[in-house]
Ligand binder design. Structure first.
Ligand SMILES: NC(=O)c1ccc[n+]([C@@H]2O[C@H](COP(=O)([O-])OP(=O)(O)OC[C@H]3O[C@@H](n4cnc5c(N)ncnc54)[C@H](OP(=O)(O)O)[C@@H]3O)[C@@H](O)[C@H]2O)c1
Length: 245
């Protein structure tokens, strides 16, 4: 098979919980995958090695998502390895919780730099480089609907992410590239679990009628749908949360 016949994906935050599951799912669906990391190179390399061991094609690529030069290099490395890119999944993100009244603005700036500027940088590169037939998938959160106290700065950053989707989809008119956003509910990853009591986790898990936390694989399934079969879903935000909101 010619390298240009292979569908290829770059997954930012591939070293994290949801990004890892997305990389594994897309690899299982036949994609060559670039597993992106920022600080945890070892985790991304382990994800890529496990995919390669299973007979798939995967590499690890690094870079701060908010750094245009670093992400340009990451895209170039992935394109050189696979012959081009068809799917970009923006799973990199951070969450720092605080009531608005007592928020540390340095934390707010850091979170917004990663979640807003980072998503923007990756969308900008994707808009210039994704091949026809491709898909760009950003990641928001169901907190943009549930509006829980202490999530103000985080929800604001993800509302900005949701704001990009339909606009970018329209800007890509005629290119046959879809742009969608997935908004997970509470999902069992370090980002969600760290710093929360068992009681709070149980409370949040019971907010949906399925009465459980989402798994990274639940989110990966939605991403895989948007990445491939869902050609008529464009510019939408899909809430993947078991019916929480
Ligand atoms: N888990 C949930 O309940 C939940 C719910 C709704 C939405 N989300 C969203 O889903 C996405 C993935 O979350 P997760 O639960 O998988 O979190 P996670 O396990 O903490 O993973 C976060 C990922 O983001 C990467 N990252 C952080 N800052 C970065 C930066 N400046 N540049 C590049 N990469 C950076 C991390 O890379 P390194 O580790 O290599 O530094 C890691 O791969 C996030 O956007 C999050 O907001 C999560």
């Amino acid at each position: 098979m010619n390298t240009s016949d292979i569908r290829a994906a770059l997954i930012t935050g591939g070293s994290g919980g949801i990004g890892k599951a997305v990389a594994e799912r897309l690899a299982a669906d036949g994609y060559a995958v670039a597993v992106h990391y920022s600080g945890n190179k070892d985790k991304a390399e382990a994800v890529a090695a496990a995919i390669t061991d299973e007979g798939g094609r995967a590499i690890a690529v690094g870079g701060d998502v908010a750094d245009e030069a670093a992400m340009t290099a990451a895209f170039t490395t992935a394109e050189s390895a696979f012959g081009g890119l068809d799917v970009i999944v923006n799973a990199a993100g951070i969450m720092i919780l605080s009531p608005i009244a007592t928020a540390d603005l340095a934390d707010v700036d850091r979170m917004h730099r990663t979640n807003i500027r980072g998503t923007f940088v990756v969308c900008k590169l994707a808009a210039n480089r994704v091949r026809p037939g491709g898909a760009i998938i950003n990641v928001s959160t169901s907190v943009t609907r549930t509006k829980l106290p202490s999530y103000g700065a985080y929800a604001a950053s993800k509302a900005a992410v949701e704001g990009l989707g339909l606009i970018l989809a329209r800007e890509l008119r005629g290119r046959d590239i879809t742009v969608n956003t997935v908004a997970p509910g509470p999902t069992a990853t370090p980002l969600f679990l760290e710093g929360k009591s068992e009681e709070l986790i149980d409370q949040l898990a019971s907010m949906n009628p399925m009465e459980r936390l989402g798994t990274p694989e639940d989110i990966a399934e939605t991403v895989a749908f948007l990445a491939g079969p869902a050609r008529w879903v464009n510019g939408q935000t899909i809430f993947a949360n078991g019916g929480m909101a």
